[in-house]
Design a protein. Structure first.
Length: 198
């Protein structure tokens, strides 16, 4: 499995109780999903096959969650295993592996095959809309912040703006986008795990 240093950072920044849980889940995912990759999506670590989500994990103030995509959820917590506060709250590795294998099969049955690194291509950037470009040009500091975002972060904003159904919605989204960008926030900042003070 290809490791993402952002997942290392996420685990390191998690609460003391959460770190061994996240490390355990990561290790199980490595063994169950050979050839998969790690990513950060919606502010939480994910394990993907050819860019498709298979599973993800998250740490909160008092619990962790583990999401196997397509498996439903338990109670009011994300994922199938409720609020995880210690490793023993999880089923044994054989059960987790079987669930991950089933999720992988669902991905593959949808026609998604594992690709080599050479075959994987990044998604093209969305062209900058003229009206949003003009709005950013009028706010150079905001424009600089937006330019410093990663391609995927810029794409999140541009998709949100260009997919608006009406001009009024588009204008509202552009205004909201510039306000968030001015604060250094990504489009999905509400779902991102806050960083612990060092």
């Amino acid at each position: 499995m290809s490791k993402d240093p952002r997942v290392d950072d996420y685990i390191e920044q998690a609460a003391d109780f959460a770190r061994p849980i996240l490390q355990h889940l990561r290790a199980v995912a490595h063994r169950a999903l050979p050839g998969a990759e790690e990513a950060i999506k919606w502010g939480m670590p994910h394990f993907t096959v050819n860019g498709k989500n298979v599973a993800g994990m998250a740490a909160f103030k008092a619990h962790c969650t583990f999401v196997i995509h397509g498996d439903g959820r338990q109670g009011d917590a994300m994922g199938q295993f409720g609020r995880i506060t210690k490793i023993t709250d999880l089923p044994d590795e054989a059960v987790l592996t079987a669930n991950l294998d089933a999720a992988l099969n669902r991905v593959l049955e949808k026609g998604t095959a594992l690709k080599t690194a050479d075959e994987r291509k990044p998604r093209p950037e969305i062209p900058m809309p003229e009206d949003f470009a003009a709005l950013l040009a009028a706010m150079p500091e905001v424009q600089d912040i937006f330019g410093a975002f990663s391609p995927s972060q810029r794409r999140d904003y541009l998709e949100w703006i260009t997919e608006a159904k009406t001009a009024a919605t588009r204008d509202k989204r552009m205004a909201q986008a510039t306000a968030w960008i001015a604060e250094g926030k990504t489009r999905n900042w509400k779902y991102e795990k806050p960083r612990r003070p060092s």
